[in-house]
Design a protein around this ligand. Sequence first.
Ligand code: NAD
Ligand code: LMR
Length: 326
Amino acid sequence: MKAPVRVAVTGAAGQICYSLLFRVANGEMFGKDQPVILQLLEITPALKVLEAVAMELNDCAFPLLHGIVPTDSPEVAFKDADYALLVGAKPRGPGMERSDLLKDNGKIFSALGKIVDKVASKNIKIVVVGNPANTNAYILSKNAPSINPRNITALTRLDHNRGLHQLAAKVGGKVSDIKKMLIWGNHSTTQVPDITYATINGKAAPTVVNDDAWTRDAFIPTVAKRGAAVIAARGASSAASAANAVVDHMRDWVLGTAEGDWTSMAVSSDGSYGIEKGLVYSYPVICKNGDWTIIPNLPVNDFIKAKMKESEKELQEERDTCKDLL
Ligand code: NAD
Ligand code: LMR
């Protein structure tokens, strides 16, 4: 049996975590041979609910769950953490943009960054889920200078999965028929879902779809605005699908992307595709041996390029509005 890994999870008594924690404890994120210790952070008023979550986790008798540490102390939650799932943050309500959350949520991530810097494993791998996820990851990274920015990522896998479903539904196929779809940019309405390089059962997706107007006027906006559509229907933001995307993101990062495919992750830009270095930007990546690599040299058409720049501009503006947190 492998030694357990320590997984810090914030917002552990919230909606997303009510799906997420059970799947992590069941081995779906780190593998069926990898025990975990869950270090669960909440704000003090939510400790009672957190206690109930811990009771339910224990009552599942998951063989891989080797310990639970419920706490309202970030120092305890992040102590020696190998992985961190940063969910704890305010969700938006109807009529709000995710960037409207920056003022409140940005502070959470600057404070956490300083603590991660002090107490976590120096090799910690982090995914930021709390919105606006890309800029929160940027803020966290600036406040945790001893952690390699490559290890601080943000979630665009939910957008990626949404894109897979929309494309499969359009052609009457299965999501498993599709490879190499991708999301560029920010986890916001400026994101750029892109099927240019995608294949459906090995055939070029744009040829199979054969409907550029649908791609431009239906596919892209539907995926980009899906979060708001779920809020309108549910009265609260997506939770189970978000949790599923966090599982997919971390599992692929740690255990590797599927052969012959790539995925979408928001990572610290190295300047690829002309995007400002250091911004946390969603790219197509492959993961191997616990590391990610941006797919290089894809020929980007002018329509997509212009949209990628718009999303970069939005991230620059978000960054500029929270200079006091960096
Ligand atoms: P929720 O309100 O149900 O849960 C959030 C939890 O975080 C609450 O229990 C709250 O007490 C806790 N919390 C608040 N501040 C905290 C802090 N400083 N430290 C630790 N815990 C803290 O919300 P949710 O539905 O679970 O969503 C959480 C976040 O995830 C929101 O910001 C939401 O917008 C975002 N989200 C992102 C994606 C994505 O794809 N990136 C998808 C869905 C939701
Ligand atoms: C989502 O994409 O579902 C989340 O980011 C929640 C939101 O505010 O849209």
